[in-house]
Design a protein. Structure first.
Ligand code: 9MR
Length: 448
C-alpha cells in the first residue's frame, strides 16, 4: 500500500516520532512493569500481527449505512469492490469510462489506510453489451484497451489486481471455459497480464477463480498447470486468488492447505479472495477456523477477504455465510477466525466513568471513537467543573500520537497524561497508537 501524503499525515507522523523520543528514556522501566501485551481485538489487527491482511467485499451503495461502515473501518484493512470495478460498471459504453462508484470505494479505503484489491479486469461475465457482441481481434483489442486504461487510472492505488477471473471450465475436462474472450485465442490470458503489468508495474497481478480449492479437482490442476507454464515462460503473474465460496454441496476440502501450498511453491502468493461459508453456529465457525488456519500455515498466503460484511449484505444472504449477523453482531464464525488469527475479543474498548469523589468535584467520561488497525481515537467529556484536571492512563505499549482541545503533559513513562482545559471547553480527545493493545485508557478527574 502506498503512503498517502497529506499535510495532516505529516503532522501525524511527526507527532508519532516525538512521542517515541519522549518514551525512550523510560523504556527499561516500562518493560519491567508493563503487563503482557494483549491480543489484537479486530480481524485486521490480528491478521497484521501474522503479517497478513483481512479484507472484505464492499458495495458502494452501503457506504451510507453507519453500522456497515463502522464494522468496515474497525475490522478490515483491505477492500474489494463487489461489483463496481467490473467491466460493465467501468466501461458501460466503449471508451467511455465511469469511475464514480468505484472511486467511492477506493477513496474510502485509501482514506482509512486500507489496501484495495482490484476486481476484475478481464472476465467472461458482467461484460457491457457492446463487448458481449464483439469477437476476434476487435474484442481482443477492446479487452486490452480496458485493462490498460483501468489499470493506468488506478496505478499506485491497487495492492492486487484480479487480472483475469474464472477462465477455466467446471467439471472434469480441465479445459478453458468457452467464452468470447477465449475464442480470441488461447493467449488472451497472458496478453491481459502483460498489459496489466505495463500499466501498473507496482500492483500484484492475480489469476482468480472458484472451485479450485480441492487439490484433486481437474479445474485446480488445470489452473496449476497454467500458472506453472506462466512462471516458466516469464508471463507476469504474482498471485493466485482462491474465491472460496463454500456450502454444504461444496464444503471446505480437507486438502485445502495442500492446494494453497502447492500453488505457493510455484513462486506466487496465494490469497483467499471471496470467502463465504453457508451455515451457522459451531459447524460454520469450525469451517472458517479451518480456512484461516490453512492460510496461516502457508507463508505465501498473504491475506483473506470475505465476500461481504453482514449476512444480509451477502450475494447468498439466505445461506447466512458471513462473519456478522444482519444486526452487525459478531457470530461464532467471527470469534473462530479471530481466535485462529491469534486475536481475542475479550477486551473491547468500553466507556468508563469516574464518579466525582464525595459528591463535589468533576466526572470524566471516556468514549471510544474512530479506530484503525494500528490506532484508535478516544474522547473525554468532563462535567461538574470548568476547572478540572483529568488523568489519562494508557497501558503498554500504547502511546499518544495526537491530542486536541486541551493542554496535555506526560509523566516520564509517557503512559500517564495530565490534562487541563485550554480554553476550548470541557471535551477533549486524543489518538492512541495501540501497538496491539486496544484496552481502554483509564480516566479520572479532580478539581484544580
Ligand atoms: O457478489 C456479486 C453479486 O452482487 C453480483 O450480482 C454477481 C454478478 O456476477 O457477482 C457477485 O460476485 C462474484 C464475483 O464477482 C466473482 N466470483 C463470484 C462472486 C459471487 O457470485
Amino acid at each position: 500500500m502506498r503512503t498517502v501524503s497529506s499535510p495532516r499525515a505529516k503532522v501525524f507522523r511527526n507527532a508519532v516520532v516525538a512521542g517515541a523520543v519522549t518514551a525512550v528514556a523510560s523504556t527499561a522501566v516500562a518493560l519491567l512493569t508493563a503487563p503482557a501485551a494483549q491480543a489484537a481485538t479486530t480481524l485486521a489487527g490480528a491478521a497484521q500481527e501474522k503479517g497478513r491482511y483481512f479484507g472484505t467485499a464492499v458495495a458502494a451503495n452501503r457506504l451510507s449505512d453507519s453500522t456497515y461502515v463502522g464494522i468496515l473501518n474497525r475490522e478490515f484493512d483491505s477492500v474489494t469492490a463487489e461489483n463496481e470495478m467490473k467491466i460493465d460498471a467501468l466501461e458501460p459504453n466503449q471508451n467511455q469510462f465511469v469511475y464514480t462508484n468505484a472511486d467511492r470505494i477506493v477513496n474510502h479505503a485509501i482514506n482509512q489506510g486500507k489496501k484495495v484489491r482490484g476486481h476484475t479486469l478481464a472476465w467472461h461475465s458482467q461484460q457491457p453489451g457492446w463487448m458481449q457482441n464483439m469477437s476476434g481481434s476487435t474484442l481482443r483489442n477492446a479487452m486490452l484497451n480496458h485493462v490498460t486504461r483501468v489499470a493506468t487510472y488506478y496505478r499506485g492505488k491497487i495492492h492486487s489486481w484480479d487480472v483475469v477471473n474464472e477462465a477455466f471450465a467446471d467439471g472434469s475436462s480441465g479445459a478453458r471455459r468457452d467464452s468470447n474472450l477465449q475464442r480470441t485465442g488461447n493467449d488472451w490470458i497472458e496478453a491481459a497480464f502483460r498489459a496489466a503489468r505495463a500499466a501498473d508495474p507496482g500492483a500484484k497481478l492475480c489469476y482468480n477463480d472458484y472451485n479450485t480449492d480441492n487439490w484433486q479437482h481437474a479445474k485446480t490442476q488445470a489452473v496449476y498447470r497454467m500458472v506453472q507454464d506462466f512462471k516458466s515462460r516469464g508471463v507476469p503473474i504474482d498471485c493466485v486468488g482462491f474465491q472460496a465460496h463454500f456450502n454444504s454441496g461444496n464444503p471446505v476440502p480437507n486438502n485445502y492447505h495442500t492446494t494453497l501450498q502447492n500453488f505457493a511453491d510455484l513462486g506466487v502468493d496465494v490469497q483467499i479472495t471471496e470467502l463465504d461459508i453457508e451455515g451457522s453456529g459451531t459447524s460454520q465457525a469450525e469451517q472458517y477456523r479451518g480456512v484461516t488456519q490453512a492460510c496461516l500455515a502457508v507463508a505465501r498466503c498473504t491475506g483473506i477477504t470475505v465476500w461481504g460484511i453482514r449476512d444480509t449484505d451477502s450475494w447468498r444472504a439466505s445461506g447466512t455465510p458471513l462473519l456478522f449477523d444482519g444486526g452487525g453482531n459478531k457470530k461464532a464464525a467471527y470469534h473462530a477466525v479471530l481466535a485462529a488469527l491469534g486475536g481475542s475479543s475479550t477486551n473491547p474498548p468500553t466507556t468508563t466513568t469516574t464518579p466525582p469523589p464525595g459528591g463535589g468535584g468533576c466526572t470524566a467520561t471516556y468514549s471510544p471513537a474512530e479506530s484503525w488497525p494500528d490506532r484508535f481515537n478516544g474522547r473525554v467529556a468532563v462535567t461538574g467543573s470548568n476547572n478540572w484536571i483529568v488523568t489519562v492512563t494508557l497501558s503498554s505499549p500504547q502511546r499518544m500520537s495526537a491530542t486536541w482541545s486541551a493542554q496535555f503533559s506526560w509523566d516520564s513513562s509517557g503512559m500517564v497524561a495530565t490534562v487541563r482545559p485550554n480554553g476550548s471547553g470541557n471535551n477533549f480527545g486524543f489518538t492512541v497508537m495501540h501497538g496491539g493493545n486496544t484496552s481502554t485508557p483509564r480516566v479520572s478527574c479532580r478539581v484544580a
